[in-house]
Design a protein around this ligand. Structure first.
Ligand SMILES: *Cc1c(COP(=O)(O)O)cnc(C)c1O
Ligand code: SF4
Length: 358
């Protein structure tokens, strides 16, 4: 199925026709976003077809159809909440840890998730890593044998033309055939028919390969998606599940339990449940950290621990990922939040405007 591209009539017109009536808040986004520096709407026909047209709170709809809440940026929100700019060591290459790094293959995606932590960076610039960038990354890797793994991400690397994807993957290994590759993608859940046998075969050339699939609600893991994941697994590629905790979408124990259960059924090993990063216009998706911890504790009582992902937070100022359960919180009387790491270091958590719910 075809993804809408930013040049489609559906996007150029102020109010796209999605096959169901829009709510007042959704219409207000499209009416007002034209002039604002807003993250453009982008979806796939497959995802739109999964939405229950009668339910404005449909969990897939809430993830992909923008509302006017997005136009209300908060002071603590940042275009680059993970400070990736500061950790960029070569074009597209971000190193935060000693032993692993990420390589952004493209800034394009099949779907624009409204809460994306890179929404302030993903644009319509149409960046695709070319020969030059891949060469530079490969040379950088050649000088750093301590870097053992490259996470190829974006955007979504699987939306690239297969020949480009192959050139990027093999290019990264040019001087480091030993380097492990991992891919982060949303495509299997956004457009499962694009996960063809040919694509799975191409990917299998880079085994041992691990692919983490972004999905946030059990409704995203329907039969066609399970079949797409099956095509990947049948080629000996290992799959992981990666989700974001989102208010109104999966912030209750029933839904999280169903999500992790469904992930296990379709072969996704639980990996991370991320706390939402403070990207612009995402406050309506924010769940307080204390609530996230409470939910995960509840889910763990129903499940074997091995079936539950790590609830993780990107520490402020590019501090890297930390399991939320490893942090001590200190909530000030004004609602401000300090996080104390095991190492003893303390940081002020930026989304301190979020009021604790208790
Ligand atoms: C998330 C991330 C990684 C991968 O971390 P894992 O914990 O191994 O999933 C590597 N480099 C950067 C810069 C990252 O942000
Ligand atoms: S697919 Fe990933 S990178 Fe693309 S918009 Fe969604 S969360 Fe962001």
């Amino acid at each position: 199925m075809e993804a809408f591209s930013p040049t489609d009539a559906a996007v150029r017109r102020p109010i796209p026709s999605l096959g169901f009536p829009l709510t007042a808040s959704e219409r207000a986004f499209f009416a007002r976003a034209g002039s604002a520096r807003a993250f453009p709407f982008r979806a796939t026909a497959f995802l739109l077809s999964c939405i229950d047209p009668a339910d404005p709170a449909d969990p897939i709809r809430r993830q992909i159809v923008p509302t006017e809440d997005e136009l209300a940026a908060r002071g603590y929100e940042r275009d680059d909440p993970l400070d990736e700019g500061r950790f960029t060591v070569a074009p597209g290459l971000v190193r935060r840890y000693r032993d692993r790094c990420i390589f952004k293959a493209t800034d394009a995606c099949a779907v624009h998730c409204r809460f994306c932590f890179r929404k302030g960076l993903l644009g319509e610039a149409g960046f695709v890593a070319g020969k030059g960038e891949v060469r530079e990354a490969a040379r950088w890797l050649a000088r750093r044998p301590e870097v053992r793994e490259v996470l190829v991400t974006g955007g979504d690397p699987l939306v690239l033309p297969p020949a480009r994807l192959e050139a990027i993957m093999s290019g990264l290994r040019e001087f480091r055939p030993d380097v492990s590759l991992r891919i982060g993608t949303r495509l299997p859940a956004a457009d499962p028919e694009r996960i063809t046998d040919e694509l799975a075969l191409l990917l299998a050339r880079f085994r041992p390969l691990w692919i983490t699939v972004h999905c946030n609600h059990p409704a995203e893991l329907s039969a066609p998606v399970a079949a797409a994941l099956g095509r990947i697994m049948s080629r000996g590629i290992r799959l992981g599940g990666q989700s974001v905790l989102l208010a109104g979408i999966n912030d209750d124990a029933e839904t999280l339990h169903a999500l992790f259960k469904r992930q296990a059924e379709v072969g996704l090993r639980p990996y991370y449940l991320f706390h939402l990063d403070p990207a612009p216009g995402t406050s309506h998706f924010r769940v307080p950290l204390e609530r996230g911890l409470e939910l995960m504790e509840e889910v763990k009582t129903r499940f074997p621990r091995t079936a539950v992902p790590v609830y993780a937070l990107d520490l402020p100022d590019g501090g890297g990922k930390a399991p939320v359960s490893s942090l001590r919180f200190e909530r000030g009387a004004d609602g401000s939040l300090r996080l104390r790491e095991r190492s003893g270091s303390v940081c002020r958590y930026r989304p301190d405007e979020e009021a604790p719910r208790r």
